[in-house]
Design a protein around this ligand. Sequence first.
Ligand SMILES: *[C@@H]1O[C@H](CO)[C@@H](O)[C@H](O)[C@H]1NC(C)=O
Ligand SMILES: *[C@@H]1O[C@H](CO)[C@@H](O)[C@H](O)[C@H]1NC(C)=O
Ligand SMILES: *[C@@H]1O[C@H](CO)[C@@H](O)[C@H](O)[C@H]1NC(C)=O
Ligand SMILES: CC(=O)N[C@H]1CO[C@H](CO)[C@@H](O)[C@@H]1O
Length: 346
Amino acid sequence: MRITSLIILPICLVTGQYTEGCNGHEELCSRTYNNVSYACTHNAYSYPPPHTLPVLNQEKNITQQLQDGIRAFMLDIVRNKPVAAAAAENPSSLQGIWNTVTSWFSPQSNSEDPIESIHLCHESCLLIDKGPLIETLITIREFMEANPREIITLIIENVSGFSASQVAPSFEQSGLSSMALSLQPDRFSNDSIHLNHYLWPTLQEMIGSNQRLVVFMDDKADTSQVSYILPEWDYVVEIPYANIDPVEQFPCNQDRPRDNIPRDLVVMNHFTYHRTAVAGEDIDTPLPASKVKEQGYNTLDSLTKHWQTCQNVWHQQVMNFITLDYYDIGDGAIFQLVNQINGISS
Ligand SMILES: *[C@@H]1O[C@H](CO)[C@@H](O)[C@H](O)[C@H]1NC(C)=O
Ligand SMILES: *[C@@H]1O[C@H](CO)[C@@H](O)[C@H](O)[C@H]1NC(C)=O
Ligand SMILES: *[C@@H]1O[C@H](CO)[C@@H](O)[C@H](O)[C@H]1NC(C)=O
Ligand SMILES: CC(=O)N[C@H]1CO[C@H](CO)[C@@H](O)[C@@H]1O
């Protein structure tokens, strides 16, 4: 008897909290990947510490985000570059001066190793540096292994312009690449509306084949080199993200790419920036959590209003990635909206 309980304990530890349905709901199993809405965090890695600088977009770490139900993550990858190289960049612009100053204080790696040099940072690695991308990928891999019925999406902003081949080793060594979806040439189909229309698998198919991770990258994706790093703008459009507080009505127009051709998936950005003029230049910083709360941006009311407007603009196309700063503010409204979009009652 004692032995039985000793054996059960470790099994319990590795068993995840999400054990039924597809992304937690039976109703979603037969839906295609692009016909589902997912809760998404903007700059998912930008959580404390540091606590006080105006660079944060989240309060919770990635583990907590996963446990709370976030299923899509926007991640910025930046070269953690040697001091001299950083200082030599754009020396005359305000951004260049900023880069130079920050580079003096930034703990820099001289490594050219792709795994060591690709960090999760916001523009510069001084103010916020969440370490090598691979560390966060390992966190995600551990969650996905413990929760084998969950579908996760990564939207990577390639700030430093890494090649897909440079990014791939982090995925391979974290163990995530084996779970990443590659697209099959015979599943492309031309509808007259969407560019590159793909017959996405259902969530159940993704779970069955254990291809449960979808990776998009905004720049330099090259599927002939790395099949699972998908070019974001072939399949995804984003509505405007540069919304300056105070926002009366969040916009829904197609912002990126600006070709007015719909894609299979839509990012509904719903976060704001605080704008300060410094020496004639506008500096936009994420709105602090206290302000997000005060302005009610993350309430169900604000989110629903925005979503309804977008539904009209997008002729009922599903808003796939509901993207927030400080998703934990708003009493879980992001999850309520996602469930509503997905037609889940509770
Ligand atoms: C999306 O899912 C809903 C609910 O199952 C279904 O009615 C609708 O036809 C699906 N749309 C597409 C484009 O597959
Ligand atoms: C993430 O945050 C939670 C609290 O929200 C904490 O318990 C946990 O230790 C943190 N994990 C890591 C890896 O820092
Ligand atoms: C879709 O359109 C592209 C370009 O117009 C064409 O090359 C391709 O063969 C078409 N695919 C199908 C399945 O008809
Ligand atoms: C969104 C973003 O920062 N994209 C950058 C990716 O890398 C290229 C090449 O360096 C830049 O031109 C883009 O601005």
